[in-house]
Design a protein. Sequence first.
Length: 135
Amino acid sequence: LVLNAGKNHTLQYELLFQLKENLLSGDYRSCVLHAATIFETVLSKKLNDYFELHSVPNELRECVTKRMNGYSSYNDFVKKGIIDKCECAMVEETAKLRNKVIHEGRSVTKEEAEKAFKAACTFLDFHNWKIFEEQ
């Protein structure tokens, strides 16, 4: 796999590369946190795209986005069906693990970190943000 040339490096790409570096260095906890942040930033963009597509007035947008104040809020947004159901499982699983890491201080196994990395790649790919190409 190689990085697609010509793609802008966005926050999601930077987080994904940091996630991969953390995976390789054994910092598994950070892998889950980076994957969760990737999901949250993509969902935030999808919410804004949804507003644009449906010409939602700015006042309503501001009201909704003020209430979206954290990862669990975006996860609730997912459950309301704004994004495809096939994405829900990977987002929810990572959300549960992220919450245990953040709120309970739980450690993360290598397998869980690898799963979070794969979920983040799949999630970005699903949204047509092709990051890697096979050569």
